[in-house]
Design a protein around this ligand. Structure first.
Ligand code: NAD
Ligand code: GLY
Length: 360
């Protein structure tokens, strides 16, 4: 097992990464305020892993109340959130009861938001079971639900007390979902870690065959990057925005097509190519970098062209982006591989051209 720390003063917390951790409830127990927990999961992950988690917790003397949500991005909305509140009240959960999210980014985001709101905040633990959740969404405290007009529009920054990432759970993850997670892994290489990008070029095939060593290394390196950024800029006043490379375009794809049509990671991959293309038009990167990024995303099993919504529709959807300031869109772009910057200094004509160049 490897352990990293997210350094946030009194709210610091560990990320444990390793195979079989779901059976190690003794890792969870010290982070609970009382002997009671509610476990939010969904109808796909529940049958796979809930009993194992509950058995371990029972062994540690902890009563666990399961809350099973419907599966999928379409359910990351307020009605599902309300079913969590109903269940917490029905189970007589108190402010000191710990809420455990067991699942991918959808479960983690909605359960985290529920924890932030219930009785104005209850302790929260992440047990991520997708690659995307283990390398990104479970770390850093962004919690949210979607609004029909925008991804993750309603939410809160609310940090977990522990992240327990069992890498063995990835064995049951569908291949398409694993690839979606690789989009966020590649993102770290692109925004700030050239060495990691080089390593990914060498090891992407090993990752896709779930080579245990490669997987553990990629998850740890991703979490290390994320933990450093979150420690430096918890509420996204600056550097943290770089984690949104490809997301301005990607969120437009997800919202424009209807949630759940394209996976989040797929939309981020196509959005990353749009951001790269815009960077090329500004003269910041060249054809060589574009080719390297595209090749790696393709080898990861990801799309490199977005759906043909038309540039005007992309721009309409992107106007709701959370990085918009004083009505002006800001973009995370590349000055090289491993060197992302944020800028609002772009012509909308270039943005439209970059979108059109990267649409199917
Ligand atoms: P997801 O949560 O929908 O999980 C993908 C699918 O895999 C689901 O059907 C799920 O039930 C299933 N699943 C999960 N674990 C499994 C396992 N071990 N075996 C078999 N099936 C399993 O999708 P995701 O890619 O994990 O997360 C995407 C969400 O994360 C999006 O809503 C996105 O906005 C959010 N996100 C949040 C952050 C953040 O910082 N909070 C960062 C990135 C993405
Ligand atoms: N996934 C983007 C962030 O955590 O800031």
């Amino acid at each position: 097992m490897h352990t990293l720390n997210v350094d946030l003063g009194a709210r610091s917390y560990p990320i444990h990464i390793g195979a079989g951790l779901i059976d190690c409830a003794e890792r969870i127990a010290p982070h609970l305020r009382t002997r009671k927990a509610a476990i939010v999961t969904n109808e796909v992950v529940g049958p796979l892993y809930l009993e194992r988690l509950c058995t371990g917790l029972a062994r540690a003397g902890i009563e666990a109340i399961p809350i099973i949500l419907p599966d999928g991005e379409t359910h990351k909305e307020w009605q599902t959130l309300n079913t969590i509140f109903d269940a917490l009240l029905r189970g007589r959960c108190e402010r000191s009861t710990t809420l455990i999210a067991l699942g991918g980014g959808v479960v983690g985001d909605i359960a985290g938001f529920a924890a932030a709101c219930y009785q104005r905040g209850m302790p929260f633990i992440q047990v991520p079971t997708t690659l995307l959740a283990q390398v990104d969404s479970s770390v850093g405290g962004k919690t949210a639900i979607n609004h029909p007009q925008g991804k993750n529009m309603i939410g809160a920054f609310y940090q977990p007390r522990l992240v327990l990432a069992d890498t063995a759970t990835l064995a049951t993850l569908p291949e398409r979902e694993f690839s979606a997670g690789l989009a966020e892994v590649i993102k770290y290489g692109l925004i700030r870690d050239t060495g990691f990008f080089d390593w990914l070029e060498q090891n992407i095939d090993a990752l896709r065959t779930l080579d245990a060593g490669a997987l553990a290394w990629a998850i740890e390196r991703s979490c290390r990057n994320k933990a450093e950024i979150v420690a430096a800029d918890e509420t996204e006043q600056g550097e943290r925005a770089l984690l949104n490379l490809g997301h301005t375009f990607g969120h437009a794809i997800e919202t424009g097509l209807g949630y759940g049509q394209w996976l989040h990671g797929e939309a981020v991959a196509a959005g990353t190519m749009m951001a790269a293309e815009l960077s090329r038009r500004l003269g910041w990167i060249g054809d060589g970098e574009i080719a390297r990024i595209e090749r790696l995303l393709k080898r990861a099993g990801l799309p490199t062209q977005g759906p043909a919504l038309g540039a005007p529709r992309y721009l309409e959807l992107m106007a709701y982006d959370k990085k918009v300031e004083a009505g002006k869109l800001r973009f995370v772009l590349l000055r090289g591989i491993g060197q992302a910057v944020m800028t609002g200094d772009v012509e909308m004509g270039d943005v439209s051209a970059a979108i059109e160049a990267r649409c199917q």
